[in-house]
Design a protein around this ligand. Sequence first.
Ligand code: RAM
Length: 350
Amino acid sequence: MRKIIGKLAVIVAVTAFALPVALFAGGSAENGAAAQPAASAAKYAIVFKNTGNPYGDKEMGGFKTGIEEQGFQAILRAPDQPTAEAQIQIIEELIAQKVASICIVANDFDALQPVLQEARSKGIKVFSLDSSVNPASRSVHVNQADSEKIGRTLVQAAYDMIGGSGEIAILSATSQASNQNLWISYMKKELQDPKYANVKLVKIAYGDDLRDKSVSEAEGLLQSFPDLKCIIAPTTVGIAAAGKVLTDKGLGGKVFLTGLGLPSEMATYIENGVCPYMFLWNPNDVGYLGAYTATALVNGTITGAVGDKFKAGRLGDYTVTQAADGGTEILLGPPFRFDKTNIEDWKKVY
Ligand code: RAM
């Protein structure tokens, strides 16, 4: 770990984003558990977008660690398909199970409102994480990183890779995913800057965070736009699928790739030059912060109001702040840039 930290300390000085503090702390989840309290019957649930996403497994894994080290039971759920309807069914089951709280990684910003309000009316604490629900449906949102910075930085990266001119496309998750849609809205704002006069966003494709669909959408982009110079994939599933397609077609150095990717899944494509660099945060930490948000809401340490403070185990102290959508949020911290100089170390971490 010391070797990793030493290298990262140098890298962080030259990257747009800072290194997540939690990684410098070098703490493991176990360090946060001062004394293992006796297991309690209280159940804390997290509902991810869909199954089969390694990022989601890590996020839910971090949540489980944080809940269990506080002595409670964690319930990890995700539907097969990334739809609001499927999540509504799961949330109804969780209400019947009388869980203490529901942490939702939403497949839709507004569609979950009735069922989440029903949960809240029954005393269940509800908050979103990673992909938000609207403010009327939540106490607070746990945000992995500054949304505007993510969107703008990804367009700046594409600009840098294509030398300031050419066609670019976005390969997203589902068309309803609130986190991707928010990032894309900031990408579009960034593209309005006159500096991008020669950059053309030709299409936003949706791979639905399903591996096969993301592969065929990436192939479709290449077929429809033979002059395409860069794909921005703000989803770990999409970027890994595009990495494989570009590698298999031998398009490294011709069509560039950037976005948000898991180092463990993207190392091959960073090492072979298909993806010169990309960004992400630690998904385990997002889930772990969610676990402490859940218990802080349930035990009344926070209500989700601006200025509320709590301690999130090994991650330290957090304060609730105003979110751009009118609700409130808890921000994990800055994302990190991965490239050839550091991917070797990071692919082992997450
Ligand atoms: C995918 C999911 C997730 C998002 C990451 C970047 O795994 O869509 O919600 O945060 O990508």
